[in-house]
Design a protein around this ligand. Structure first.
Ligand code: AMP
Length: 195
């Protein structure tokens, strides 16, 4: 089945390198060009706002999910196709996951990493089979990627579960990888089996 809605996690800040903003905008345009709906945290600030603006400017659809408590600090985006205001962070993440067919992380901070790792652990446990990808902008994720490989060689993450997280430098290439993985079965998690 073709992907329809893509959840993107990204910084509520812009970061120092202009390449991060350019990548957020390029991803936004690519989503709109492919007719893919963006699901994201609903904020107007940082890369989140740039991404949403780029999708909207290219004629695409954007659904934002924001907790009531963050409406002020992240500034709920007023131009979205739909902005849902939810009770808290758990409700936000659950709703973003429910509405999406795949997940992408752009550069970001603790929130971005936490959200990515949570959906990845859910995939590992077989709670969903939705593809996951990192958009590695200007080498931002290279250190994390090397560390994740180390967790495999150290015997804590199984290679097929490591392989669930795709990585590319180009939005179109990353979306192609996610589309190809769509529908494949996640290897079963069994903590009793040695790695
Ligand atoms: P950051 O990557 O830290 O700039 O945050 C990006 C987004 O993640 C923002 O919308 C934050 O509200 C959100 N966020 C921050 N902390 C968490 C958390 N513990 N769980 C889920 N999302 C978070």
């Amino acid at each position: 089945m073709p992907l329809q809605s893509i959840c993107v996690f990204c910084g509520a800040s812009l970061g120092h390198d202009p390449a991060y903003q350019q990548a957020a905008e390029a991803l936004g345009r690519t989503l709109a060009e492919r007719g893919l709906r963006l699901v994201y945290g609903g904020g107007e600030v940082g890369l989140m706002g740039k991404l949403a603006d780029a999708v909207l400017a290219a004629g695409g659809e954007v659904i934002g999910i924001i907790p009531q408590s963050l409406q002020r600090s992240e500034i709920g985006h007023k131009g979205l196709t739909r902005l849902e205001v939810v009770d808290g962070m758990h409700a936000r993440k659950a709703r973003m996951a429910e509405l999406s067919d795949a997940f992408i992380a752009l550069p970001g901070g603790l929130g971005t990493l936490e959200e990515l790792f949570e959906v990845w652990t859910w995939a590992q446990l077989g709670y969903h089979a939705k593809p996951l990808g990192l958009l590695d902008v200007a080498g931002f994720y290279q250190g994390l990627s090397a560390f994740l490989d180390q967790t495999v060689s150290a015997g804590f993450i199984r290679p097929p579960h490591r392989g669930l997280l795709h990585q590319a430098e180009d939005p179109a290439q990353l979306l192609d990888l996610l589309q190809q993985q769509q529908g494949t079965v996640t290897p079963k998690w069994d903590a009793r089996q040695p790695i």
